[in-house]
Design a protein around this ligand. Structure first.
Ligand SMILES: [Zn+2]
Ligand SMILES: [Zn+2]
Length: 275
């Protein structure tokens, strides 16, 4: 019988004892580095391709791409968010070490169907639900003024806006995964893959270009999956399109912009820019 594989031991993910203050501080520094490194590493290729190389001009959503000052504003707030995310990342590690989470280590502990299908799908659904309702709350006028205005300063966001939040909003977003693993059994690999997917989604939602393939319009699945145009309408019109991954909640609660589908299909079929 062989021992646990590399991804099946606690030390593979957290090689230190987070109960010691020095280790906690060092871990926070490492997590902060990875959060920011990942932000720049993942946003930069999109920015370079769409903003510098000018690929897919017919997919551009705004008449004018955000300028340097707007992009720097978004980067500044994203750096602040990195700090908050690092604190919550380490906090999740502490909860895990204390045994308060339902994180499991053996891949097949709940069966392979759970590992490949049920776990990831439930994580997406719970996170999407959490995001939709906390986002609705952030749009209550008094809450909006204090905590959500920073994100909406970007009327036409760039991909750098992916993490551009007020620290309180960052904390609300960062609390999602730690709260979910209190109730849902997840493997650390689920969390790592989900965080990557979430970052890609945050980037494409703020890219200023619609990146879904034409089949999304032809076969109708673009009606369920959120991408650039859907979230661009949220920044343009404020009171519509609150979702993160899927538009199910927006459609159920009648908060999807009435012109979404018409604009979306027009965009995917158009050969020219739309203002
Ligand atoms: Zn909003
Ligand atoms: Zn946004």
């Amino acid at each position: 019988m062989t021992g646990p594989s590399h991804f099946e031991s606690f030390e593979s993910y957290i090689p230190v004892d987070l109960r010691s203050p020095e280790a906690l501080l060092a871990a926070a520094g490492v997590v902060l580095f990875f959060v920011l490194f990942r932000y720049f590493l993942m946003v930069a290729p999109f920015w370079w391709a769409f903003y510098r190389r000018g690929v897919a001009p017919s997919r551009r959503i705004y008449a004018r791409l955000p300028g340097r000052a707007e992009q720097l504003f978004e980067i500044k707030w994203s750096l602040v968010s990195g700090l908050v995310f690092a604190v919550f990342g380490v906090g999740l590690g502490v909860l895990w070490q204390l045994g308060w989470t339902r994180i499991y280590l053996r891949f097949d502990e709940f069966g392979w169907f759970y590992f490949f299908v049920i776990g990831p799908v439930l994580l997406l659904v719970l996170h999407d639900t959490y995001f939709y309702w906390t986002h609705r709350w952030l749009h209550l006028p008094s809450v909006y003024r204090r905590f959500h205005r920073v994100h909406h300063e970007s009327l036409h966001p760039s991909p750098w806006a992916s993490f551009s939040f007020h620290p309180v909003e960052s904390a609300i977003n960062a609390a999602a995964i730690p709260l979910i693993v209190l109730i849902l059994p997840l493997h650390p690999v689920h969390i790592l893959v989900h965080l990557t997917l979430m970052t890609v989604s945050a980037i494409t939602n703020h890219l200023g270009f619609e990146v879904l393939p034409r089949s999304a319009a032809v076969h109708g699945w673009g009606n369920w999956v959120i991408s650039g145009l859907h979230h661009a309408q949220h920044h343009r019109f404020f009171r519509w399109n609150y979702g993160l991954f899927f538009s199910v909640w927006d459609r159920m609660m009648k908060t999807e912009h009435p012109s979404f589908w018409a604009e979306f299909t027009q965009k995917l079929n158009s050969k020219t820019n739309v203002s």
